[in-house]
Design a protein. Structure first.
Length: 372
């Protein structure tokens, strides 16, 4: 019996060492697998006419990186007010890696012309230019998947993390949208980084609340995570304006952790933490949103407001021009949106899959509410 116990102990030690060794390679290996999935077949993704406009206007990157903030490119009202700049910078990094300079760019797509007419006008990017412009999007999507995997593993367990990874990498909708040369991949990447920073900020505060010996250093460390969270949120807004929807998460999170965490420190210090982290977060979100976009430099508040007004105006014009494609009324919306979210764009795509996905979603939300 004693010999068996010793053998089992040795086997347990060997298995523990093997597991720890594997985890050193786990994340790099998973990243490589995600890169293979997202980077292979980029050229097979269906072309979206908006990609032509994003690629054509990526010429602003050269002006930005050279500090040429007086360039006429920043004075073009339509392109600069319709969408922020980060996606254009990301596209430019890809095309520059492929050897494509400003002189090699196509002209913006004209939605008033047919596809044949746009091609004859030089509005269609070459297949090679499209590939290089999409490459950084595929890379960002891969990193996003890896970060989300770590979040799921930390929040639940490793098995759930691997289930998520399989679903993420096999979702045909994500494989299409996140590889377009547009703003979705940078938006997801920086919103995911916002989430990771928020989790770390909460973890740091819990460390303080449990009686960390060096309060001042731990306090600054936790505030630092909130600053990173704000930078990521502001940058997500510079990828697409709806990225700023996470703007209120920082203050809400800082207040929530103060009131929901059992604290071994005084209420005064807790309130100081909530106030400081909230103010820093808001300021950093605004700074990072503006810093990426020289269009906003002369008058950040007024021009930011103009961007949102222009966006809402364009959405109204699009809704009027495509009235037949609008979702009319609450009843119709309640039918179409669940169908798209829980059936059409999911991996578990089979008759009755919508019910299963809705049940899984409701279960997850209930568990999340119970944990909070």
């Amino acid at each position: 019996m004693g010999g068996i116990d010793i053998d089992e102990g040795k086997w347990g030690m060997k298995w523990g060492l093997l597991t720890r060794s594997f985890r050193w390679f786990e994340l790099p290996l998973l990243l490589c697998l995600l890169l293979v999935v997202f980077c292979s077949g980029i050229e097979t993704v269906s072309f979206h006419s908006d990609e032509s406009q994003w690629i054509a206007t990526s010429s602003v990157f050269e002006a930005f990186i050279k500090g040429n903030f007086d360039s006429p490119l920043w004075n073009e009202p339509y392109w600069n007010l319709t969408q922020p700049q980060l996606a254009r910078y990301t596209i430019a990094l890809g095309r520059l890696a492929g050897g494509y300079r400003v002189r090699d760019l196509n002209r913006p797509w004209d939605h008033g012309l047919s596809e044949v007419a746009n091609i004859s006008e030089g509005n269609m990017p070459s297949p090679e230019l499209i590939w290089w412009s999409r490459l950084p999007m595929a890379i960002l999507a891969s990193f996003s998947g890896l970060l989300l995997f770590t979040i799921v593993c930390t929040s639940a367990n490793r098995l759930a993390g691997y289930f998520f990874l399989v679903l993420f990498a096999s979702n045909s909708y994500l494989l299409t949208v996140l590889r377009h040369a547009m703003g979705e991949a940078p938006l997801l990447a920086f919103l995911t980084l916002t989430t990771v920073a928020g989790i770390q900020a909460v973890s740091s505060w819990e460390h303080i609340a449990m009686g960390a010996p060096a309060f001042s250093r731990s306090f600054l460390w936790s505030c630092g995570w909130f600053i990173l969270m704000g930078m990521s949120c502001g940058t997500a807004g510079e990828a697409k304006l709806n990225g700023l929807s996470a703007f209120l998460l920082g203050p809400a999170l800082s207040i929530l952790v103060v009131f929901r965490t059992k604290c071994s420190i005084s209420k005064a210090k807790s309130f100081i933490f909530a106030a400081c982290s909230s103010v820093m977060y808001i300021l950093v979100v605004g700074w990072s949103f503006i810093a990426w976009n020289p269009v906003l430099y002369p008058d950040p508040l007024w021009r930011s407001n103009e961007m949102f007004r222009n966006r809402f105006s364009e959405m109204r014009v699009q809704a009027q021009a495509s009235a037949s494609q609008r979702i009319q009324g609450l009843r119709t919306r309640m039918q179409i949106v669940p169908q798209r979210v829980f059936q059409d764009y999911t991996v578990l795509h089979f008759p009755g899959g919508k019910i299963l996905n809705m049940v899984l979603c409701a279960t997850g939300l209930c568990y999340l509410g119970w944990c909070v």
